[in-house]
Write a protein that binds this ligand. Structure first.
Ligand code: MN
Length: 250
C-alpha cells in the first residue's frame, strides 16, 4: 500500500498579529486552509474546514473527497450564520489526497492502471480559493496544478493583464471563490496518477506572494525530508517580508 511521506508547517509571518492559516498532514491527506474574516472569524473558518476534512482517515475516490469539501462548506457557512462573532467568515481550502481508487465519474479515470505502472490508487487535488497545489516532477520541474479563484487570475484569463503583472497587482488579495460564504460551493478537482519520486506542495498565498516559483523549486529539490522542506520554505517567505501568514505542506 502506498502512503504519503510529508510534513506541514504554518507560521504567523512577520507582520500579522494572528495566524488564520491552518494545515493538516496524514499518510493519505495534506491540506492547507487560509481563513478570512474579522475578529476570530478567519481562524475559526480554517479550523472548521480542516477538521471536517480530517474527520476521515481515508477517502474512497474523488467524488467522496469533493462531497466532504461541500460538507465543510456547509459547516463553515452554518457557523457563520449562527454566530454574530464570526459572521461573514470564510476560508480557502486546498488539499491533495491519496484515494483508494480511480473515480469512474472523473476525467481520465479510464486510463487507470494503464501506462506508467499506475495502480488503482490515485491522487486527487481539490481547491477552493487562492491557496495552491504544485507538483515537482521526477525531472525536478515545478508545475502549478491549481488555478486561483482570484480577481487577478480572472484578469489574466481575460487577457487584461499578464501573469507577471498579476504578481504585483494591488488587488491580488481579492478572492472570487471562498469556502463558507455561500450555502453551496463549486470545488475544482483534478485526478492524478501516483508516480513515485514526485513531490507535492500545498501552500497558502503567504508563500507564493513572497517567493518566486524558481526559488520554491530550489528549496523543494534541496531538502529530502518533507517537513524540513516545508520549514525552509516558510523561512524563505519570512525572510522576504512575511507580510502574510504562511503555510506549507510538502
Ligand atoms: Mn493568506
Amino acid at each position: 500500500m502506498t502512503v504519503l511521506a510529508g510534513g506541514a508547517v504554518s507560521d504567523v509571518g512577520r507582520v500579522r498579529p494572528v495566524n488564520q492559516d491552518g494545515a493538516l498532514s496524514s499518510p493519505f491527506l495534506f491540506a492547507v486552509a487560509d481563513g478570512m474574516g474579522g475578529h476570530r472569524g478567519g481562524e475559526v473558518a480554517s479550523a472548521l474546514a480542516l477538521r471536517a476534512l480530517g474527520g476521515r482517515a481515508r477517502y474512497r475516490d474523488a467524488s467522496d473527497l469533493v462531497a466532504v469539501v461541500e460538507q465543510a462548506n456547509q459547516v463553515v457557512h452554518g457557523a457563520s450564520r449562527d454566530d454574530p462573532n464570526v459572521r461573514g467568515m470564510g476560508t480557502t481550502l486546498c488539499a491533495i489526497a491519496l484515494v483508494e481508487r480511480a473515480d469512474a465519474g472523473a476525467a481520465g479515470a479510464a486510463a487507470a492502471g494503464g501506462a506508467g505502472g499506475a495502480g488503482p490508487e490515485r491522487l486527487v487535488v481539490v481547491n477552493v480559493g487562492d491557496s495552491r497545489a504544485y507538483r515537482l516532477g521526477a525531472d525536478g520541474v515545478l508545475e502549478q496544478l491549481t488555478v486561483d479563484h482570484s480577481l487577478v487570475q480572472m484578469l489574466v484569463d481575460e487577457g487584461q493583464i499578464t501573469a507577471e503583472e498579476a504578481e504585483h497587482h494591488p488587488q491580488r488579495n481579492i478572492v472570487t471563490r471562498v469556502l463558507g460564504i455561500e450555502a453551496t460551493v463549486d470545488v475544482d478537482v483534478w485526478e492524478l496518477d501516483v508516480v513515485h519520486g514526485e513531490r507535492f506542495l500545498v501552500c497558502s498565498d503567504g508563500l507564493f506572494g513572497e517567493v518566486e516559483p524558481d526559488r520554491i523549486a530550489v528549496e523543494l529539490r534541496r531538502w529530502a525530508d518533507p517537513r524540513e522542506a516545508a520549514r525552509r520554505l516558510v523561512d524563505v517567505a519570512n525572510a522576504a517580508g512575511g507580510r502574510d501568514n504562511v503555510t506549507c505542506a510538502v
